[in-house]
Write a protein that binds this ligand. Structure first.
Ligand code: PLP
Length: 416
């Protein structure tokens, strides 16, 4: 047993796996205390979109730290939050006019759910049913778990989770089943439908088509059910466009953003809402205000990092980098066609995933064995069961990306 008091997330300490001590990072690389250079193939849990320690983000953090570290955000404001909210409104769909800050992807989802219920209540309707998609993941707080897939992740907490209506994942060829199920449940008057657009991340990097996304949006609008897009993972270019919803011409009523919002440097999230949702809470009656906050809401230093992220998107060839990475990932996936040991290979924008033949399931032994295999090869990869995915920073060069792809090919040989 290690003598460290640290209790790590999603880690079974009893397995005694080594936990590398990381001392610094730069671009797509991390460096450990024992002198190893690790390639960060998953952008440190999908956050460091521009790579580690992007100079503009670091400079913005340092500058803001010299001015204002923290300020209560209920009834007070500051320039980094104001400019960030304005900047987000400029780049996000025009119908999303309001920006509510929080600290993580999970809290941005909690906020979205609370906004949806508050919206209906203020209109004199008690709507509390949320529609969700099978295999979804929206975070680990109680509300976010409630709208996510039920399984070993949340088994212990099941009594605390609220009931939801679940529609099937739109597997290729059976999309109509999903749409029909959504139509049926929407007729019963739920408050909202929450969905990860185009990619279900933690559920196994499962992709579905933009046509289905557009149709789901249409059905919700038709039945007057709020449409919440959880773009926590897909946002900031991951699927090739700033938001995944763009690819389906979908404008949600509410969108959740975090991870790449600060370029992955500091924790921050926003829930952006359309004007009617804000107006539903707007009154002189204090009992109708939006009852949500946390101590660090809109932390100025995190907002400064997010402003730098927006500036990077504005001034640097981020879209070109994304397109280039997407092309290289696509080339790799194409090269795997028909390869022995690979059950499925898919790519969307910068995200590439393959399923290795063999044991299935998040808790299969294959996951930790793969993890160890990649760690020995100085790669930060964290397979979801037998699904190995690559989601690197947009700045990754050919040598590092090639090393990731080559190691995965070795893993296919070794484990299938
Ligand atoms: N929603 C989605 C789609 C996610 O992928 C995640 C995290 O992976 C979350 C929400 C939760 O975000 P966080 O881990 O920042 O709470």
């Amino acid at each position: 047993m290690s003598d460290s008091p640290v209790w790590h997330p999603f880690t079974q300490h009893g397995l005694g796996e080594p936990i590398p001590l990381v001392t610094h990072g730069e671009g797509a690389a991390l460096y450990t205390a024992d002198g190893r250079r690790i390639i960060d193939a998953i952008s440190s849990w999908w956050v460091t979109t521009h790579g580690h320690r992007h100079p503009r983000i670091m400079a913005a953090i340092a500058e803001q730290a010299g001015k204002l570290d923290q300020i209560i955000f209920a009834g007070w404001t500051h320039e980094p939050a104001e400019s960030l909210a304005r900047g987000l409104c400029e780049v996000m769909p025009a119908a999303l006019t309001r920006v509510f800050f929080s600290d993580s992807g999970s809290t941005s989802v909690e906020v979205a759910l609370k906004m949806a219920l508050g919206y209906w209540l203020s209109r004199g309707e008690r709507r509390d049913r949320i529609v969700v998609m099978q295999h979804s993941y929206h975070g680990d707080t109680i509300g976010a778990m409630s709208v996510g897939a039920r399984g070993v992740f949340n088994q212990a907490y099941e009594p605390l989770l609220f009931d939801v209506a679940t529609i099937p994942f739109p597997v290729a060829g059976a999309e109509q089943r999903t749409l029909d199920a959504l139509e049926v449940v929407c007729r019963t008057g739920p408050a909202a439908f929450i969905v990860e657009p185009l990619v279900l991340g933690a559920g196994g990097m499962l992709f579905y088509s933009s046509t289905v996304l557009a149709e789901m949006r249409r059905i919700c609008a038709h039945h007057n059910v709020l449409f919440i897009a959880d773009e926590v993972m897909t946002g900031w270019g991951r699927t090739g466009t700033l938001l995944a919803c763009e690819q389906a011409d979908v404008v949600p009523d509410i969108v959740c953003l975090s991870k790449g919002l600060t370029g992955g440097a500091l924790p921050l999230a926003v829930t952006m809402a359309s004007e009617p949702i804000f107006q539903a809470h707007y009154a002189t009656d204090r009992a109708r205000m939006f009852f949500h906050s946390s101590s660090y809401t809109a932390n100025p230093i995190a907002c400064a990092a997010a402003n730098a992220n927006l500036a990077i998107w504005r001034d640097e060839p981020v879209r070109e980098r994304i397109a280039d990475l997407a092309r290289r990932q696509q080339g790799w996936i194409d090269s795997l066609a028909g390869q022995r040991g690979v059950r499925g290979a898919r790519v969307l924008g910068t995200i590439a995933a393959i399923e290795i033949e063999g044991e299935d399931g998040y808790l299969s032994d294959l996951g930790p064995r793969l993890l160890g295999f990649f760690r020995e090869r100085d790669l930060l990869l964290r397979p979801l069961g037998n699904t190995v995915y690559v989601m690197p920073p947009y700045c990754i060069d050919d040598a590092d990306l090639g090393a990731i792809h080559a190691a995965i090919a070795q893993a296919v040989e070794a484990f299938s």
